[in-house]
Design a protein around this ligand. Structure first.
Ligand code: DGL
Length: 291
């Protein structure tokens, strides 16, 4: 028994096994799945990259569709939602969680990253790193949700290493409802995008971070409006996830293709329909879960 002064202190080893926190009982196994989450279909842009770079890993994807969009919610609420989601993944026995959500990464990640036994990957530093590497004129744009822009997370990460001299950051609050509504290539979406990108075009950004995971679904229309390299942080995020798994000897050893399980907090059918279209492969058997 550990002692502090003369007072014996109970440690977890003294608890009956059933009373110990799960973190003490279970060590992550290479065969365990990776958790990937977002408020909705946005995180599928990250899942798609995970499928490419980590094709044999099993993934549990959670879309908190009952609470989409996250982007304008109070900070404390986003942290609470993140705890509920991470606790869900903890119960599922995942070996890693990828926050496939810029808003969660900007707001909740700094608070929750050390609270769980599994590593958590955020969108921010990988996205900023990709932009720092890509920019030539050192003028970088960021588009993301209101919360992400207000947090300054991408802006702060861009200043590192003196690779950037100007950052143009704009919130695009209408994008997520338009994407979740399926208006991916609608005229209205194009008009809204033209408005949102005016400051970036005016400033001459040569690199634009798609700082909300929904936005890569708009790549085609954004590309037609602005002449800049569009950075989808997902590419670096999947690379980082792969590196962390290797370092921790947690890569799945079975080479069989990964198995994908989907959960939503509202209507499974709606997610199956739009999700399949955006992911470019059939999403079936989506389950409903209460967090
Ligand atoms: N796709 C998420 C993000 O990257 C969430 C957007 C939202 O729900 O507002 O920020």
């Amino acid at each position: 028994m550990a002692e502090v002064g003369n007072i014996p202190r109970l440690t977890v080893e003294h608890l009956a096994p059933h009373a110990r926190p799960m973190a003490v009982l279970k060590k992550s196994e290479p065969s365990a799945p990776i958790g990937v989450f977002d408020s909705g279909v946005g995180g599928l842009s990250v899942l798609s990259e995970v499928m490419k770079q980590l094709p044999n890993e099993d993934v549990i994807y959670l879309a908190d569709t009952a609470r989409v969009p996250f982007g304008g919610r109070p900070v404390q609420e986003i942290i609470k939602i993140n705890h509920q989601i991470l606790n869900f993944f903890s119960r599922q026995g995942v070996k890693m969680v990828i926050m496939a959500c810029g808003t969660s990464s900007a707001i909740a990640y700094p608070k929750v990253k050390a609270e769980y036994k599994f590593p958590i990957i955020s969108m921010i530093e990988p996205g900023a790193r990709a932009a720092r590497m890509a920019t030539k004129n050192k003028i970088v744009g960021v588009i993301a949700t209101q919360n992400t822009i207000d947090s300054g997370a991408f802006q702060d990460a861009l200043w590192i290493e003196d690779k950037v001299k100007e950052v143009v950051a704009e919130a695009c609050p209408l994008f997520v409802p338009l994407i979740e509504g399926g208006f991916i290539e609608a005229e209205e979406t194009k008009k809204v995008a033209e408005e949102y990108l005016k400051p970036h075009i005016k400033a001459g950004v040569d690199t634009l971070i798609l700082g909300c995971t929904h936005y890569p679904h708009l790549r085609k229309i954004l590309h037609a409006i602005i002449k800049a390299e569009l950075i989808d942080p997902a590419v670096e995020v999947a690379k980082e996830a792969k590196g962390v798994l290797s370092k921790k000897h947690l890569n799945k050893t079975d080479p069989a293709p990964g198995h994908y399980t989907y959960y939503v907090t509202s209507n499974p059918l709606q997610f199956e329909t739009l999700g399949s279209k955006l992911l470019g492969r059939a999403i079936v058997g989506v389950k409903h879960v209460e967090l």
